[in-house]
Design a protein around this ligand. Structure first.
Ligand code: IMP
Ligand code: MG
Length: 178
């Protein structure tokens, strides 16, 4: 597959859509096997929209619900370390079993913020599912329950992930070409 250009940077295919589908399938299998009771999936927009849509079709747990929240901590290819508030949670989540759906966990700053905001709502349990994980960049102690694929510390784009807001629509995951 040919490299692509986004904002004058070149990206090459890193995880083709067939491999993404296999990863998502296996994550759904693991989540289903965890037998979480009346789960409330919380998809973190914008990046998780494609991953959430694909994985939810494979979740077979009874009484599954999904809700969407939004935060933003990123600008360009560098994390700013600043995270905004959780918006979009309309319902009472007290005593719920939450599964956070993330596209990617990098430093973990965003994840930590989301978890601390959810804990204030007195939820019963929080599990974390992320399609991609950058272990070399991760600075937190929070365990990640379901990881699709651990990747090196490269900037990636596509399948929901953006580079300054473009590239989310790409079906494959690309990485910045050196
Ligand atoms: P963290 O707070 O450093 O863990 O960053 C998490 C957020 O940063 C993710 O939800 C993404 O929106 C964004 N992000 C981190 N790494 C990348 C990347 O390689 N490509 C695109 N977005 C990224
Ligand atoms: Mg982003």
């Amino acid at each position: 597959m040919k490299p692509i250009t986004l904002h004058n940077k070149t990206f090459e295919v890193f995880i083709p859509e067939t491999e993404i589908a296999a990863i998502v399938h296996s994550m759904a299998h693991n989540i289903n096997n965890a037998r979480i009771k009346d789960p409330l999936f919380i998809s973190v927009l914008n990046g998780s929209f494609m991953f959430s849509s694909d994985i939810m079709k494979k979740i077979t747990l009874p009484n599954t619900e999904i809700s969407f929240v939004k935060l933003s901590s990123y600008s360009g290819t560098q994390t700013t370390g600043e995270v905004s508030k959780l918006i979009g949670l309309g319902q009472d989540i007290r005593n719920r079993n939450i599964i956070i759906l993330e596209d990617i966990i990098d430093t973990g700053i965003t994840l930590e913020k989301i978890i601390s905001l959810l804990e204030k709502e007195e939820v019963a349990d929080i599990k974390v599912a992320t399609l991609l994980f950058k272990p070399e960049a991760y600075t937190k102690e929070i365990p990640i329950d379901f990881i699709g694929k651990s990747i090196p510390n490269d900037f990636v784009v596509g399948y929901g992930l953006d580079y300054d807001e473009i590239g989310r629509n790409l079906p494959h995951i690309f990485k910045l070409k050196n």
